[in-house]
Each structure stands twice: as structure tokens, then as C-alpha cells.
Design a protein around this ligand. Structure first.
Ligand code: FAD
Length: 395
């Protein structure tokens, strides 16, 4: 039986571990934390991410927890439309999912053939010709035919195999929260929850996860919001961060203020936004009978402006699983790099263009930004949808 070690039980690691196990691999999943636990926020999955999950046979689980996210348009802080909401065909509509629901669905997909070992922090990797690849935590070594590094932005495995790729700050921080449905603000009938508001260096996006338990909605209902601001994360306690957010976004159109008022400090998740520059020179390192591959944020951490990080991790997992079904192992490692690196590079390029628009500050830059948004918004803002439309799991 073919064996794999997957390092990291985040979204990407769970997805690929389950996929390999379902194709008959014996999988060991190593996680440095004591428990496998996501942050209590949500994630938007574009059609490419949804397609990848379906290719991984996780479509039924997803349908039970996903809420469709109609286009809510883009406004300025004074309420004027930069981009009016447009009807979205069902097959191009993203969905929003509570991360805890998503983790539950991915864990349910692990099956019997995955040995999950928590509290194991991988520190070394061996990927040399003629030797089975392995990883170690300083106390023991784990050898397998294939090692999947899904250990996130600060990946130790990537640091050793692709040291040219560095983690750098993207120059902004993000705050996220899910307000449970019972605390969600009641909005005027003509106001929808969803949509985006863009200011000078500030951005606010909201999405409804629906009412708890209602048909087709997340089993953890509520309203998800994410606010991005240029600058560093705040060192103050969450109460003070929330006060700052309410000040920064004061006067912004409904529902921004209402959502911030309904948020508890305990709901708040703050994060520095970081990215890889440059991307690793390779995502596949043949070794012995197989090799090591980089997957998810370990391979292509990027700012979340297009909401594509998790979607790409699922694409990585679906591509790897498909290649491993079709090809011999060392060939699959090489083919994985050939297919995934250009794809990730394209999405990173789109994200960087978006970063420049989102982080525009100063009157001239803002005017240029608004003009650009008005003129090329369909092309720019539907970048994610366009890449979504293009990507298909390899057959
Ligand atoms: C504010 C924000 C909003 C976002 N919104 C979206 C969105 O709407 N849509 C979208 O598609 N993406 C979004 N993303 C991106 C998405 O969250 C990430 O791309 C995705 O979670 C990456 O998953 P991963 O499994 O690769 O990495 P991670 O989730 O970081 O998981 C890595 C795992 O590896 C473990 N680990 C790390 N080091 C070791 C080690 N040495 N040994 C063992 N285990 C280790 C960690 O503990 C962790 O469990 C967003 C990101 C941010 C910051």
C-alpha cells in the first residue's frame, strides 16, 4: 500500500489527507497544535473552490453547510456605488461557509485510513534522490512514499526546500468575526447584509451565513464580516481594537456600523496579512520512490483580497489526488509542479493588482482608484470569477 505523510491539519491538509485515504493510501496526518481547530470565522468559496471540493467527493458535505452569496456590489464610504450589484448566474455564484462547519465536513471525510497525530511539530525534511522522503520533529522521523507540506504560511518544509521564497508583510491587517444569528442586527427591509465598501486604505465586506438550521444554510448561522486596514496589526486588547474599528468605519453605510456594534470583543479575530515573495521555484521535489510537494498557503500564501487562498488549496488537493490516480508517483510530483505553479502565479498576480487598488490612499490615488474601478471594474472585480470559470480539475 502506498503511504503518505501530510504535515498540517488546516483546510488544505485535511482535504488532501482525506482524498488520498479515499483512494487507498495509508496516511499519517501530523499537526503541531494539540487540537485540530479552525478560527471561528467564515470563508468564501468561489466556483473553482466548490468545483475542487466536488472533485474531491466532498460536494454533498459542502451543500449541507454552504450559503449562496449573491453579488452585493461595491460602495464608497459615502454610500455611492462604485460598482452596482449584478445578477450572478447560479454556476458563477460563490458560497460562504462557517470554517468550523467546513472543518467538520473535512474531518468527516478522513475515514479510517488516516492516522491523525496532534502535538507533532515538524522541524526537518529530507528530500534526496535515492532515499525515501521523510520529516522529523526532533524526536522521531516519519518516512513515506509521499510527503505533503500543508503547514501554512510559515511552512518549515518550504523554508528548507525553497529558501528563496520569503514571508513578507502585505502592509495591512484584517479583522474578522461571525455574529451569531440571535445577536445579528435587524436591518431595514431594503438593506441587504452582503456587499463590499471601499475607502482609503480600508475595506469592509459582509456576508450572511443564514439563520441557524434553516434549510440550505450553515448549521452555524449568523453574519460574517471582514475588515481590512492598511498598517500593522494592533497590539491592544480586543475591546480596544473594536473601539478603533468603530472609529475607523464610523459613518460608513449600513450595515457596517450596525455589524460592528453587534460584535463582541470575543468574536474578533485579528491577523496580519502576509504573503510569499517570490513564490517557491518549485512545488514538487522528487525523492526516492516519490517526493515532497507543497500545498495551500505553504505553496502560495497571498493576501485575501480575492478570497482565493482556501480555494487554491482545494484545487491543489484535487489536482494532486487526480495525478496520483493517473500517473506513477515521481511523475505525479513533477506534473503537480507543472500544473499548479503557473495557476498560483496567475492568481497571485491578480491579487497584487487588487492590492494596489484596495490600498490606494491620498486624494489623487483615490480618484484614480475610483475611476479605475468604474471603468475596469467588471474585468478587475470579476478576476476571481474569471479564474474560477477557467479552472477545471484535471481529468
Ligand atoms: C482575513 C482572511 C480572510 C480570508 N478569506 C478567504 C476567503 O474568503 N476565501 C478563501 O478561499 N481564502 C480565504 N483566506 C485564505 C485561507 O484562509 C487560507 O488560504 C487557508 O486557510 C490556507 O489553508 P492551509 O491549510 O494551507 O494553511 P493553514 O490553515 O495555515 O493550516 C496549516 C496547518 O499546519 C499546522 N502547522 C504549521 N506548522 C506546522 C509544523 N511545523 N508541524 C506540524 N503542523 C504544522 C498549523 O497548525 C495549521 O493547522 C483568507 C485569509 C485571511 C487571512
Amino acid at each position: 500500500m502506498r503511504t503518505a505523510v501530510v504535515v498540517g491539519a488546516g483546510i488544505g491538509g485535511l482535504a488532501v489527507a482525506g482524498a488520498l485515504a479515499r483512494s487507498g493510501w495509508q496516511v499519517t496526518l501530523l499537526e503541531r497544535a494539540d487540537r485540530v481547530r479552525p478560527d471561528p470565522t467564515a470563508v468564501v468559496l468561489w466556483p473553482n473552490g466548490v468545483r475542487a471540493l466536488r472533485a474531491l467527493d466532498l460536494g454533498a458535505g459542502l451543500d449541507a453547510i454552504a450559503t449562496p452569496l449573491p453579488d452585493g456590489g461595491v460602495r464608497r464610504p459615502d454610500g455611492q456605488w462604485l460598482v452596482q450589484p449584478r445578477p450572478t448566474p447560479a454556476d458563477r455564484m460563490p458560497v460562504v461557509v462557517h470554517r468550523e462547519d467546513l472543518h467538520d465536513a473535512l474531518i468527516a471525510g478522513l475515514g479510517e485510513r488516516v492516522e491523525l497525530r496532534t502535538g507533532v511539530s515538524v522541524r526537518t525534511v529530507r528530500a534526496e534522490p535515492g532515499q525515501r522522503p521523510s520529516v522529523g520533529d526532533g524526536r522521531q522521523r516519519f518516512e513515506a512514499d509521499l510527503i505533503v507540506a500543508a503547514d501554512g504560511t510559515d511552512s518549515e518544509i518550504r523554508r528548507q526546500l525553497a529558501p528563496e521564497s520569503r514571508v513578507v508583510s502585505s502592509g495591512c491587517a484584517a479583522w474578522r468575526a461571525v455574529i451569531p444569528w440571535y445577536r445579528a442586527p435587524r436591518l431595514p427591509a431594503d438593506q441587504s447584509v452582503g456587499g463590499e465598501t471601499l475607502g482609503a486604505g480600508y475595506r469592509f465586506v459582509a456576508a450572511s451565513l443564514g439563520e441557524r438550521g434553516s434549510s440550505g444554510a450553515s448549521s452555524r448561522g449568523g453574519i460574517y464580516w471582514v475588515a481590512t486596514a492598511a498598517g500593522a496589526p494592533r497590539p491592544e486588547p480586543p475591546e480596544t481594537q473594536l473601539t478603533l474599528l468603530r472609529r475607523w468605519y464610523s459613518g460608513w453605510p449600513t450595515p457596517v456600523g450596525e455589524l460592528l456594534d453587534a460584535t463582541d470583543p470575543a468574536d474578533l479575530v485579528q491577523q496580519e496579512i502576509r504573503e510569499l515573495r517570490p513564490l517557491p521555484r518549485s512545488y514538487g521535489f522528487p525523492a526516492g520512490p516519490g517526493g515532497v510537494v507543497l500545498l495551500g498557503d505553504a505553496a502560495h500564501a497571498m493576501p485575501p483580497h480575492l478570497g482565493q487562498g482556501a480555494c487554491l488549496a482545494f484545487e491543489d488537493a484535487a489536482t494532486l489526488a487526480s495525478l496520483l490516480r493517473e500517473s506513477r508517483l515521481p511523475d505525479a510530483v513533477v506534473a503537480y509542479d507543472r500544473l499548479r505553479r503557473p495557476r498560483a502565479a496567475t492568481v497571485v498576480r491578480q491579487t497584487r493588482r487588487m492590492s494596489a487598488v484596495l490600498q490606494a490612499r491620498g486624494r489623487l490615488a483615490l480618484r484614480a482608484r475610483d475611476a479605475a474601478l468604474g471603468a475596469i471594474s467588471p474585468r478587475l472585480l470579476s478576476g476571481a470569477a474569471a479564474s474560477a470559470a477557467q479552472w477545471r480539475p484535471p481529468s
